[in-house]
Every structure is written in structure tokens, then in C-alpha cells.
Ligand binder design. Structure first.
Ligand code: MG
Length: 398
């Protein structure tokens, strides 16, 4: 029986993880949940899974949850809150495996503490590796515990890498769907609405990652994630646009052989792989190879999608640059979602903030979070500049 802690249980990956656990009740048990702000769902999950510890975002939400659990006759669940609460969930002595699925740097400290506590971590939170990959991977090596990628591309790479040694790898190919604007001319980018950007062609995901997929920044983050997870320089990580998202990624070996991983576009599969590694168990997540007609590939257009180029540049410089890249992107995406800036303003905000942030190597999570804070403030200033400059987006769009 594997005992699981989930950081981000009410989000998309968190819910998929619980669905996997539900399918294999004799293999997995939920021992702690970090739920965030959705108290209704946190209550439902606590009632259903009866974990030992549940964490929510704020103290008032924790009080609310305690009262609801009590009146439902559910006892014996410790309810905690805030950043300390998330760390408590992540380091729960009863947990063997921690699924890190909180979006953004909010999950960083708890993920690092889980690794430090000697847990095996399944990583769905890419910001952890983008902002603090050097620290997290070094700690995992020290602990002698694997970091198992749940991000579908890296999960595919992890599987393909079992076909050879690291010194036999020529390069990793990360596939990209290309997002909803793959065939939209740049001249039409000013007309892109939030609704269009949220309409991803192949994957159903949270809002931020969906916008990041539309700008290709998500792929940029994945390049950085791959560098850190597999200990390779950016020049050995290539991106290839593959609109069907059937091949989740590939590994090219020095002899010219390329191994690919194909499966359904369902996050339950990478989650199941991580939870059962190094074993594989039968599931009903079947892929119908005979229905497959064609696989298309093309190189990404870095001029049309400058976010990918910005990510490669940040990956080459490392340290503070990748922290700023992530922080500025998070601020710029939320500004786009609330109508403060336009789609094509997103890379402009990011470029400015990254260029103002020194590369420098970071020695602790505290230092990482300080750089992150400064980059966010810089990004907010930049966003405000856009709004002032143009009056309002509504006026600009007329
Ligand atoms: Mg991915």
C-alpha cells in the first residue's frame, strides 16, 4: 500500500490523482491533502478520503472546514492552513509519496521540504523546477530518491530514457501541440480574446497553463524543466510542434535511434506511471493505434512565439533569470486574463523583467522567493505602464 500526500488536491492534477487512487483502492491510500481556497471541494475530499491532515489557504477557511467536518460527524482530521500547513501535508511522516501539483511558486517550499524529508516526489508543478530546479534536484540526489515527472512530456522522456544510458543521449525532443494559434497570423494577435486563448486544442487544463500553451511559454518552461530533471544543457533539448499530441515526447540516442512514447491524452496515465514506478500495472487507459491516421511535425516559430525564445535564453543563463521568467509570466498571464493587457503584451512584460534580473546562482529557497518577489513587483509595474499608456484595453480594442 502506497501512502500518498497531494499538494493541490482540488486542482486539475490533484483531482486526476484522486481518480487514479479511486481506481486502485488496494494499492494507494490518501494520507494528507493540501487543498487551497476551494473549501467546498476540500470538505468533499476530506469526507470521502478521510486523510489525517488537510490544509487550506487561509485561517478563516480552516475554521470553516473544521466546523463543517464536525457537523458532518467526521472526526480525527487535523485541519491546518497557509504555507506552514502545506509543508505539514508534504512532510507528513505517514506519506511515502508526494504529488506536487500546486500551480506556481506557491508549491515550491512544500515540494522542497518533501524532498528534504526523503519522500519520493511526483512533480506536476513545473514552476518548482523552473524557479528552483538546481536546489531541488541536488537535494533529491542527496536523498537518493527519484523525482518522477508527471508533466506528460517529461514523463514520456523518463519512459524513453529507460531505453539507454544518459551518456548515450544525443538530445531530447519535447513535442508541443502548438496551441490554439498555431495557424493564426501574427497580424491577428491583437484581436485574440481570453476565451480564444483558453480554448486549447488537445488538453483540458487549468487557466494559467492553458494561456502558457497558447504563447508557447509552457513549452519554454518545459525546456528548462527538462534541463534540470535530466541534467542536460538547453542545446540538447529541442522542441517540435506536433498538433495531434499523440507522441508525448521522444529521446534521440547517439546511434541515431529515436524512441517515442505514445498514449491517450489523459493525465491519469503519467500519474499512474509515477505512482507505480518502477513497476507498470494494467489500466484501462488504452490507446487505439489502429485509429491513428497521421502524425504531423514542424519546427516551432520562435519569432511568432517569442516566449519560447525567451525561455531558451533564460535557460542558458540560469539562476535568477528562470525565476524572473516564471514570475513575470505568472503576473502577465493573470493581467491578460483580467483584461489589463493584450495577448501579444505578455512576452513584452516578461522580456523586460528578465533583462532587469541578474542571473546569479541561488543558494536557498528563501533567496529564490526573494528574487521571485522582486520580479513580480517589476512585472506589475510593467503591466500598470501598459494600462496607463493606453487608457484601458477596452479603448484599445475599439
Ligand atoms: Mg506538459
Amino acid at each position: 500500500m502506497k501512502r500518498i500526500a497531494i499538494l493541490g488536491s482540488t486542482g486539475s492534477i490533484g483531482r486526476s490523482t484522486l481518480s487514479v487512487v479511486e481506481s486502485f483502492p488496494d494499492r494507494f491510500q490518501v494520507v494528507s491533502l493540501a487543498a487551497g481556497r476551494n473549501v467546498d471541494l476540500a470538505f468533499e475530499q476530506a469526507q470521502r478520503w478521510r486523510p489525517r491532515v488537510v490544509s487550506v489557504a487561509a485561517e478563516s477557511q480552516a475554521e470553516n472546514l473544521k466546523i463543517r467536518l464536525k457537523s458532518a460527524g467526521v472526526n480525527g482530521i487535523e485541519v491546518v492552513h497557509g504555507a506552514a500547513g502545506t509543508v505539514r501535508v508534504a512532510t507528513n511522516p505517514e506519506a511515502d509519496f508526494v504529488v506536487s501539483a500546486i500551480v506556481g511558486v506557491a508549491g515550491l517550499e512544500a515540494t522542497y521540504e518533501a524532498v528534504r524529508a526523503g519522500k519520493t516526489v511526483g512533480l506536476a508543478n513545473k514552476e518548482c523546477l523552473v524557479a528552483a530546479g538546481e536546489l531541488i534536484t541536488a537535494e533529491a540526489r542527496r536523498q537518493g530518491k527519484p523525482l518522477l515527472p508527471i508533466d506528460s512530456e517529461h514523463n514520456a522522456v523518463h519512459q524513453c530514457l529507460r531505453g539507454g544510458r544518459m551518456d548515450e543521449v544525443r538530445r531530447i525532443w519535447l513535442t508541443a501541440s502548438g496551441g490554439p494559434f498555431l495557424n493564426t497570423p501574427v497580424s491577428k494577435f491583437a484581436d485574440i480574446t481570453v476565451e480564444q486563448a483558453l480554448n486549447h486544442p488537445t488538453w483540458k487544463m487549468g487557466n494559467r497553463i492553458t494561456i502558457d500553451s497558447a504563447t508557447l511559454m509552457n513549452k519554454g518552461f518545459e525546456v528548462i524543466e527538462a534541463c534540470r530533471l535530466f541534467n542536460l544543457p538547453p542545446r540538447q533539448i529541442s522542441v517540435i510542434v506536433h498538433p495531434q499530441s499523440t507522441i508525448h515526447s521522444l529521446v534521440e540516442f547517439v546511434d541515431g535511434s529515436i524512441l517515442a512514447q505514445l498514449s491517450v491524452t489523459d493525465m491519469r496515465l503519467p500519474i499512474l506511471y509515477a505512482l507505480t514506478f518502477p513497476d507498470r500495472i494494467p489500466s484501462d487507459l488504452n490507446f487505439s493505434l489502429s485509429d491513428l491516421r497521421h502524425l504531423d511535425f514542424s519546427p516551432p516559430d520562435m519569432e511568432k512565439f517569442p516566449c519560447l525564445q525567451l525561455a531558451y535564453e533564460a535557460a542558458n543563463l540560469g539562476g535568477g533569470k528562470t525565476i524572473a521568467l516564471n514570475a513575470a509570466d505568472e503576473v502577465a498571464v493573470s493581467a491578460f486574463l483580467d483584461g489589463s493587457i493584450q495577448f501579444q503584451d505578455i512576452p513584452v512584460v516578461i522580456e523586460k523583467v528578465v533583462s532587469e534580473t541578474p542571473a546569479g546562482k541561488l543558494e536557498s529557497i528563501k533567496e529564490v522567493l526573494a528574487v521571485d518577489d522582486r520580479a513580480r513587483a517589476g512585472a506589475r509595474e510593467r503591466v500598470a505602464g501598459f494600462t496607463e499608456q493606453s487608457g484601458s484595453v477596452a479603448v484599445r480594442q475599439q
